[in-house]
Design a protein around this ligand. Structure first.
Ligand SMILES: [Zn+2]
Ligand SMILES: [Zn+2]
Length: 327
């Protein structure tokens, strides 16, 4: 099968011809239909995350059809369409797993990081971590739900029930979470790179109340801010836009250093927290909600062979929504 191979930090992916993977007893073998490109893939390829397998097939927003399954798989049948997210395996035994926080499992393994992912014609996945996908989404449209959507959902939940939600970094996750927040009756304020009119217009087209640069103050103080851009300087910016008692949630896996800031920005019971990974419960909740909320994903498709172009476009901010690779 053809697959894109990551061989080491800051090297372009290489299109390789690899043996077809074989499913073990608990795995499904998938014919990949689409795999969205996530900013985390850039962090892996840039060597910013510590523990990738090498060589590695990246990609953790996989839509595929089951073409073979291991003897123990009962959840899916051959022919079923499934989604494979970032969370690929957990131990089931550590305090976090037993306490309903498998996203923090001490021994977790992640798709497209420690497990070969979906930048390929075929992939294997542990069936217990795969999701059924809502029929309303086609293959390309469903792919960004599997990380941008899921992590966006968890990030919004961690922000609490406040009405005025600020979103810093208006890419794949933001464009989904903005639709979800609007469906829940909230008011959304979008912050982009200063001067990025295209991203601000894209946000306005999704019904946000206000769109501006991350160096601007919103017209009203925020109840909560979600940060999806990997820029530590946005943390004090978001805190200063957030009202007393509000919450700032960092949704990314990696961020540049957060600059020192006056304690007064945090004082008056503002909270600052991160979101890490996902639980299967998040996935089930979000994938049930996405069609009800009428979420429409904005995608740009690329042939599998052009993965490096898709990554470059993401890095340069040339995308509205998500890049999706199609084998
Ligand atoms: Zn991701
Ligand atoms: Zn565990």
């Amino acid at each position: 099968m053809r697959a894109q191979h990551y061989l080491g930090p800051r090297r372009p992916l290489v299109l390789a011809d690899l043996p077809t993977p074989r499913p073990t007893a608990g795995q499904v073998l998938l014919a990949v239909k689409a795999c969205a490109v996530c900013r985390t893939d850039l962090h892996v390829i840039d060597g910013e995350l510590a523990d990738p397998k090498l060589p590695l097939v990246p990609g953790h927003e996989i839509v595929g059809v089951v073409i073979e399954k291991g003897a123990e798989v009962e959840k899916f049948a051959v022919g079923d369409r499934v989604g494979v997210p970032w969370l690929g395996w957990t131990c089931g035994a550590c305090d976090y797993c037993r306490g309903g926080r498998e996203n923090l499992c001490d021994r977790a393994r992640y798709t497209g990081y420690q497990i070969d992912g979906g930048y390929a014609e075929m992939a294997v996945a542990d069936a217990r971590y795969c999701f059924a996908l809502p029929a309303q989404f086609d293959d390309v449209g469903a792919a960004p739900l599997l990380c941008a959507g899921l992590i966006g959902y968890r990030t919004l939940r961690m922000a609490g029930d406040g009405n005025r939600i600020g979103i810093y970094g208006f890419g794949a996750a933001a464009h989904i979470v903005a639709q979800l927040a609007r469906f829940e009756g909230r008011t959304v304020f979008a912050f982009t790179k200063p001067g990025d009119r295209d991203a601000q217009d894209f946000a306005r087209a999704l019904g946000v109340e206000w769109a501006g640069g991350s160096d601007e103050a919103p017209p009203e103080a925020l109840d909560a801010a979600l940060i999806f851009a990997p820029v530590g300087a946005l943390v004090p910016a978001a805190l200063s836009a957030t009202r007393k008692g509000g919450t700032v949630v960092c949704g990314g896996i990696h961020m540049s250093d957060i600059p020192a800031f006056p304690y007064a920005l945090l004082w008056k019971e503002r909270s600052l927290r991160s979101v890490a990974n996902l639980t299967r419960k998040d996935g089930e909740e979000f994938l049930a909600l996405a069609p009800k909320a009428g979420i429409v994903t904005a995608t740009r498709r690329y042939p599998l062979a052009e993965a490096n172009t898709a990554l470059a476009d993401l890095r340069a901010g040339r995308l509205d929504g998500a890049a999706v690779l199609v084998p």
